[in-house]
Design a protein around this ligand. Structure first.
Ligand SMILES: *[C@@H]1O[C@H](CO)[C@@H](O)[C@H](O)[C@H]1NC(C)=O
Length: 340
């Protein structure tokens, strides 16, 4: 095995780990192919082509079988900022609010992409929370910090206007507001929490009770051991793809040691009130070393951090409800939210 992997050092033949069901492999292949043909070498994205390949779901204001309904809410129409809000049609007690940031290398996918629509619907049902899935602006058309600005503005909007009664009939508990995201969305959730805590608004009903970072995209100029070891061997994330994403997202003229990516720099400011964090790490994710270092930095700064490791998990495992870790993730999120 080892020797075979050594000799097939070609970058174009990533071998998926052996235990994935074929349905998952097929979907992964589609995802990687769609990204591959639309992310251009010059750092731009062929949007019309990606939009063709990206399967989307509409919001559905009528409750589904589990009583969850969804509505798209405009936050700032002038820049096309909106969020898809998922809520249970009935609730006995006020519900926590989970503000979610989807993944996609900072440049792809949306709150309407069917995988995220399904995932947020599931979060709403199983976590008993109102989920606000943010359709932040994408790179490279909108570089850092546009996505962070959008996240903060969604929180401001929730703080000042709340959510209309025809969107959410259940009472909301803004003192239990969680920020969550996966991959690039995990990076965004971290920075939005950091910014929100650094400049709290007066008389603001929102209290950040926790951040949930699922395989967050952090990095730096250094190549870590896992990046090198898993490059071309684990699906989805490659060094070449990551470099592309950082070039598309980070301000022009900067490198991957920019504080948006390199959050493990000890000098990267963390406000005193940074909320308790849960960090989910996959053993087959090339980004895992950065995520462990991030958890260590939080710990050293005295922050509460819960690390959840799934040894067999690839990047984006949670897209696939057939993978047992996907169900375990929701259970871990529920436990974290109940604690905070
Ligand atoms: C995007 O890709 C499609 C299909 O390959 C191609 O026909 C189209 O010209 C591309 N658009 C741009 C603006 O490059």
């Amino acid at each position: 095995m080892e020797a075979a992997a050594e000799t097939s050092a070609g970058q174009d033949a990533p071998a998926p780990p052996p235990r994935l069901p074929w349905t998952v492999r097929l979907q992964l292949f589609g995802l990687v192919a769609a990204a591959g043909v639309t992310m251009r070498r010059d750092g731009t994205v062929n949007r019309s082509l990606f939009n063709l390949l990206d399967r989307r779901a509409r919001a559905s204001p009528r409750p589904d079988k589990s009583g969850v309904r969804s509505t798209d809410v405009d936050v700032d129409a002038s820049r096309g900022l909106w969020a898809r809000v998922f809520s249970p049609s009935t609730a006995e007690a006020p519900l926590p609010v989970l503000v979610y940031f989807h993944g996609g290398a900072f440049a792809l996918l949306s709150a309407a992409s069917s995988a995220y629509d399904a995932m947020c619907r599931r979060f709403c049902r199983d976590l008993r929370a109102v989920v606000v899935s943010v359709n932040y602006r994408l790179a490279p058309e909108h570089r850092c910090p546009a996505a962070y600005d959008d996240g903060v503005d969604v929180l401001r909007h929730l703080a000042s206007a709340g959510l209309p009664g025809d969107v959410v009939s259940a009472p909301l508990d803004f003192s239990r507001c969680f920020l969550a995201g996966d991959s690039a969305g995990g990076n965004i959730a971290h920075h939005v929490a950091r910014r929100w805590k650094a400049s709290p608004a007066d008389s603001n009903p929102i209290r950040l009770a926790g951040v949930i970072l699922v395989q967050p995209y952090f990095g730096g100029e250094e190549r870590t051991e896992a990046e090198v070891k898993l490059d071309g061997k684990a699906p989805v994330v490659t060094i070449r793809g990551s470099d592309w994403a950082w070039r598309a997202f980070l301000p022009e003229g900067t490198d991957r040691d920019h504080p948006a990516a390199h959050v493990t720099d000890e000098n990267a400011g963390l406000a005193d009130g940074f909320p308790p964090a849960m960090v989910v790490i996959g053993g087959l994710d090339p980004l895992q070393d950065w995520q462990r270092r991030y958890a260590d930095v939080l710990r050293r700064k005295g922050k509460a951090v819960r690390v959840v490791e799934f040894a067999e998990s690839i990047h984006t495992f949670f897209f696939f409800p057939v993978l047992p870790d996907s169900g375990r993730l929701v259970a871990e999120m529920k436990a974290f939210m109940d604690e905070n």
